[in-house]
Every structure is written in C-alpha cells, then in structure tokens.
Design a protein around this ligand. Structure first.
Ligand code: TXA
Ligand code: MG
Length: 355
C-alpha cells in the first residue's frame, strides 16, 4: 500500500475521543493503524478481515508463517476467538490483564488462518495502555497487531521508529510518546502442561510461578521451533552486534572497540551507566585517535530503564551509521533480565564473546 501516512499526536493518559474515533473508523474500513501499547508500538488491523491482514504482512515484509497476536479490551471478547478457555486463564487474567502478557490458547474458526498462520492455537492479549484500550474498545472488533516495525528490525518504542520503517506503507500512526516497558509482551502457551514461556517479557517467570506453580521456559536453541517469531536475527540493528558476557566483559569490549576504531571503523558501544571511567576512556581513545569513531549509549541504571531504552539505542546507533556494535550483557539470571538477555542474544545472532 503506497500513500499518505497520517500521524496524529494523542495524549497517552487521556486520549482525545475524536482522534480515537478516526483511528477506529480506519481499522473498520480495513486500514492499518499503528498505536502505542505499554510494551512497544503495534500495527493494528481488523483481525477478522483476511485481506486487511494480508496487507499488513506485506507492509511489514513479514513472512506469512509468523502468527499475530490478537488484542482485545475485555476477557468476554475471548469467547469468539478461542475454542475453549482453559481454567487457568481466569486466574492469569485476573492478575496480569490488562498488561504485557500474551496467552496462546486453543483457536476457533472465527479468525482467518492468515492471523494464526494456520496453527490451531491463537495468541491473545489485553493491553494496558490507555490509547490501545480506547482504540480497541471503540473499534469493537479484535485487533491483530504485530510490533510496528519492518520485519527483523528492532521493535518501535516511539512513533518516530514506526515512521522510519513504515511511512507510506500504513494509513495512520497514533503518536503518544515513548512506551513504558520497551520490550514485547511475555508469550505464555497455556495449551501445554505446565504452561510454557515462548518469549520472556515484563511478566517474569517468578511472577507467573506465583499463579501457576510450575512454568516452563522454552529453550531457544535446538529442538523444534515452537514459536515462529523466535527466529534468530530478529530485533536486529543493521550493524552486526557482538555481545560480551562474563566478569571481564566491559574490559574486553572497550579494548575491541578502541582497536576497531583505530582501524578506521565506526563503533557503537552499548554499556551500562557507570561502566565507563570517563577520564581514563577519553585518554585511551585520544591516544588511539578514535574519539569521533566511538559512539556510546549508556543504558540503565536499573533493568526497567535498560528495557525501556534498548531498542531506541540500537536504532540510534544505526542512524549514526556505525559499522559494528559491541554490547555488554546485563544481569540475566532472573526477572526482566531474562527478557533483556533474550533480545540481546537475538540481536547478536550468535556473536557472543565469553570473558
Ligand atoms: O508486546 C507485544 O506483544 C507487541 C504489542 C504490539 O502487543 N506485539 C508483538 O507482536 O510483539 P509480534 O507479532 O512482533 O510478536 C508476536 C509473537 C511472535 O513471536 C509469534 O511467533 C508469537 O507471538 N505467536 C503468535 N501467535 C502464536 C501462536 N499461536 N503460537 C505460538 N506463538 C505465537
Ligand atoms: Mg515483532
């Protein structure tokens, strides 16, 4: 679809009903509308309109075998989408909806196969962002929405990221500023016993265990692919990213960055705030003559801050046209650290240096 993409600024807390009504009308007419959720921006389409769904896959350049998440605004709306509501859903919904949790459930035939990539399951969530909630309520239809980025680029956490990737390819963007969580929702398959986390997110394994007792975390490497979106090279910046892990990670990363800079390449550095001894670093780069070739993004100080700014930092480094990115691993044993580690590992697509 080529044409104009209308950008509407909208208050994140108190969305203007007239703007919401326009966006809802676009969706009902089969249009593609990007909107903020608490995780990342989504690219919405009427989930019951097969030809609109096909246009959405085309706009993103997304392979047809990667199923979409259907967004609804109330638990009642589940009934038309699923063939059965497993008993655990009530407790999960009570605790985590609206919020950054997607449930994979037994599908019904009401939803066109384009949405689910012909699987017999369907992924559903109720987002918490007031704009998303208002839009889905106004449109009064289930809204299929992948992240509003071109396939394999980092997910958008600001409207500017959506516009960068999809201007002219979609009908409308609702711009409500930066999203709060910054990484995509936790995807939990409740058709297995015990339920399995297919994609870690802000609803952590620890939080899910409080409700479920036991929960599995799907191994990303080896074994059959459980969720097509779990491809490597997802969420990637254009420049190759190398991840540094272990106790000497920062030291090794800085050494390699300075060496690459000295050989004439532009290097993006993803660090935690507090990693750099600024004086020592500027001395080292001045000695190596690389000052203007090293571009630094500091993430943090806390893990929620890292999650919120990670994708924007990756896009910034691409915009700065770096030739390579070196990134430090963050604490990854638990909580949100698991989701951050997952996204960084995918962005690194196997390039990991253990120190
Ligand atoms: O936070 C989010 O989840 C964002 C916002 C917009 O809601 N959406 C999002 O959608 O990240 P997307 O399409 O980028 O990722 C959807 C993920 C993919 O990994 C996909 O494979 C998985 O959900 N998925 C969808 N349906 C599935 C199913 N029936 N079984 C297993 N995995 C499924
Ligand atoms: Mg995505």
């Amino acid at each position: 679809m080529a044409g104009m993409t209308e950008v509407i600024e909208i208050d994140p807390e108190h969305p203007d009903p007239a703007a919401i009504a326009r966006a809802a009308a676009r969706l009902r007419a089969g249009g593609l509308v990007a909107f903020p959720t608490e995780t990342v921006y989504g690219l919405g389409v009427n989930a019951l309109d097969a030809s609109a769904v096909r246009r959405l896959f085309e706009a993103k350049g997304r392979p047809a075998n990667d199923p979409l998440i259907v967004h609804i605004s109330s638990v009642q709306a589940l009934d038309q989408l699923v063939s059965e509501v497993p008993s655990i859903v009530e407790r999960l919904a009570a605790r985590f909806w609206p919020g950054p949790l997607t449930l994979v459930l037994p599908g019904s035939h009401a939803v066109p196969p384009e949405v689910t990539a012909s699987l017999n399951t369907i992924a559903v969530r109720i987002p918490a962002h007031p704009v998303a909630h208002a839009l889905i309520t106004a449109v009064d239809l289930p809204v299929a929405a992948p992240s509003a980025n071109l396939f394999s680029r980092p997910s958008p956490t600001r409207a500017a990221h959506v516009i960068e990737d999809l201007r002219g390819r979609i009908d409308m963007v609702l711009d409500a500023g930066e999203t709060a969580v910054g990484v995509e929702s936790t995807v939990l398959d409740v058709t297995t016993d015990p339920p399995t986390i297919l994609r870690p997110g802000a609803v952590t394994p620890e939080m899910l265990r409080e409700v479920l007792g036991e929960v599995g975390l799907v191994a990303r490497d080896g074994g059959p692919m459980r969720s097509p979106g779990l491809l490597d090279r997802h969420y990637s910046p254009r420049a190759p990213l190398t991840l540094y892990d272990g106790p000497k990670a920062v030291e090794a990363l800085l050494r390699d960055a300075i060496a690459a800079g000295a050989s004439g390449r532009r290097v993006g550095l993803l660090l935690a705030s507090g990693d750099l001894d600024a004086a020592a670093f500027s001395r080292a780069t001045r000695d190596a003559g690389t000052d203007d070739r090293l571009i630094i993004r500091e993430l943090g100080p806390e893990l929620p801050d890292v999650a919120r700014s990670l994708y924007a930092a990756l896009r910034d480094l691409d915009t700065a046209r770096v030739d390579l990115i070196v990134a430090r691993a963050f604490s990854q044993a638990e909580g949100l650290g698991i989701a951050i580690a997952d996204r960084l590992r995918r962005a690194a697509a196997g390039r990991v240096v253990h120190t």
